[in-house]
Design a protein around this ligand. Structure first.
Ligand code: PXP
Length: 245
């Protein structure tokens, strides 16, 4: 099971000051050194975090596959065809949402999604659809010609009670079982963290997990001691150096 790292929230921090750091490319390269199997970024229509130039630089520099999450929008489709990520994950996108809220309803417009798959695949870009855990959406993704599906784990991750979490887990497990009989590649993602990933990692037949927010948050926690200690050293050393008058 591969681990793909979503680096959107490195860009969120950078955009808070509209500066140049933290740099999503540097963090992507560090993630690769640590063992990441792929780098994911979501170029949103409102460009709230990842910018076009980030995607270009990632494509030029990373060694692992680049996975571009995107909405079905003409502008982003043209951009993806120019950049040629290893694959795109099509997601629904709403301007007001804080993060992707649900899976794509592929059934709602199969013909549109068929055209999308054809266009991407004719440009040597694989297609994954981000779908809710239902066999209907798996069938719709297959009918559209998708190479892969990513099953939305957000409801499982957000469950408030053990019973709710069990129910959501079962939906994911059943959908994976169903998709395996159809020979389509399966990824899982959204809301996975250091508590809830162990359970989904046990599901047979899943080839990739896509994890972002919790991992970037955790890296702040595990990194802050070292960061403070380095800044203290700079201050201490420099305040001890005898000044010439
Ligand atoms: N998969 C998809 C399709 C997403 O839209 C996101 C969020 O950008 C993720 C995975 C990663 O979710 P999280 O940041 O909650 O780990």
């Amino acid at each position: 099971m591969k681990l793909n790292i979503n680096i959107d929230h490195v860009a969120t921090l950078r955009q808070a000051r509209l500066g140049t750091f933290p740099d999503p490319l540097r963090l992507a390269l560090l993630a690769e050194i640590a063992g990441a199997d792929g780098i994911v970024c979501h170029l949103r229509e409102d460009r709230r975090h990842i910018q076009d130039q980030d995607v270009r630089r990632l494509k030029q520099n990373i060694q692992t596959p680049l996975i571009l999450e995107m909405a079905h929008s003409d502008e982003i489709i043209d951009f993806a065809i120019k950049i040629k990520p290893n694959y795109v994950t099509l997601v629904p996108e709403k301007r007001q949402e804080l993060t992707t809220e649900s899976g794509l309803d592929v059934n709602a417009d199969i013909e549109k999604y068929k055209r999308f798959c054809k266009l991407m695949q004719s440009n040597w870009i694989k297609v994954s659809f981000f779908i809710d855990p239902t066999s209907e959406q798996v069938d719709a993704a297959l009918s559209s010609g998708a190479d892969m599906i990513e099953i939305h784990t957000g409801d499982y991750a957000d469950a408030k009670t053990k019973q709710e979490q069990d129910e959501e887990f079962l939906k994911i497990e059943d959908t994976v079982k169903y998709a395996r009989t159809k020979n389509i590649e399966i990824a899982l993602g959204h809301g996975l963290n250091y508590d809830n990933t162990a359970r989904v990692a046990k599901i047979d037949g899943v080839s990739e997990l896509s994890i972002g927010h919790s991992l970037i948050c955790h890296s702040l926690e595990v990194g802050i001691k070292e960061a403070v200690s380095q800044m203290k050293s700079i201050i201490e050393i420099n305040s001890k150096i005898v000044k010439k008058d």
